[in-house]
Design a protein. Sequence first.
Length: 424
Amino acid sequence: MSNNGCIVIEQSLGLRGEVTLDGAKNAVLVIMASSVLTSGITKLTNVPVSADVFQMKQLLEELGAQVTFDEKAKTLLIDTSILNNCIVGPELMRKMRASILVAGPLLARFGRAIVALPGGCLLGARPIDFHLRAFARMGVHIEVVGEYLHMNCESLQSQRFVLEYPSVGATENMLMAATLTAGTTHIINAAIEPEVLDLIAILRNMGARIEIAVPGTLIVEGVSSLRPVQHAIIADRLEAGTILLAAAVTGGSVSIPDCPNSVMDVFLEKLSEMGHEVVLHTPDKGVTLKATNAPRAVSFRTGPYPGFPTDLQAPMMVAQCLASGTSVIYETVFENRLVHTRELQKMGAQITHDGSLIATVKGVDCLYGASVIAPDIRASAALVIAGLAAQGQTTMTGIHHFRRGYTRLEDKLRALGANITIVE
């Protein structure tokens, strides 16, 4: 899809139906990177057909892997038998932040990695200093040469790490590097997001020795080698949350049988506080939401799991725009993740945001269609949801972000009754 295209959304009230989720994008990218730790064919199933998956596929191919993606079957085969390159150039690295996650596996397997500085969504500084400090303590020599990071070591050394913040990316990179590092590595204050736990699951199947201790500690006993395996990617809790919010703001009803409700407690509780009827199918799986016709505003604060996910902050803000009362939203994860507020303001939202990480939302009776620009993946979903509730027509550009984060989400919304058109 061209970056110059747009999505046209007409007001579509009362979305109804049942939806099946795709695999989690935030899990599959790091799991694809973890295949570098092995020699042989890794088979991944339930792989989302998102733009970022294709970018990671290209990155692995640049390293010398042979990668086959059956989009219809959502199956990915990664053959890492012959990896002949440890260099990843800026064109690939700048397209998505997850590209830095090949550094740990490359260092663990080959003792060398040359990677350009990463890119991705413009969510603020998002420094990789946690990653680099950890590698340096493990014995890696790091040198910045132009726009490249040159990293090499004779052998990685096990360490006890204490993260000042439970960074998902740093946890994942350190974890993968530690699996092939002799001795015992401790990661204190590690991220424990469901997507990190999915990575741990495949690493254990590969033969890694990883223990999860309370509170938020990962203990890794290094092994000499890992084997390729088959693994099914977990369902995408963020896609689930987005679809539930689409039903909520349009006054509809939706059922998601494969929704991983046990890892969405805070988010689902906030929907219930708004007055929406939320029914869990079992304690672990499945959710049905029936929207209230009189939603109440709720305040919330984003944070590391199990807190409210930052990736659902923008769509949840749309729900507050149309709720009765005032909501105060605290974004604590990414410094630029309130940029979408100005786009919602174009649609009539009453949002006060002074450039800090706090937004105050006063509910209004309705939103109005407008021309808006998606600044990042999750904002793109939020603006589509806003368009579904808004009077008139909404045109959203920046749809490459929408494609990066979701597998044809527009088709799933259409099946629920949404009027959405893609214009190339």
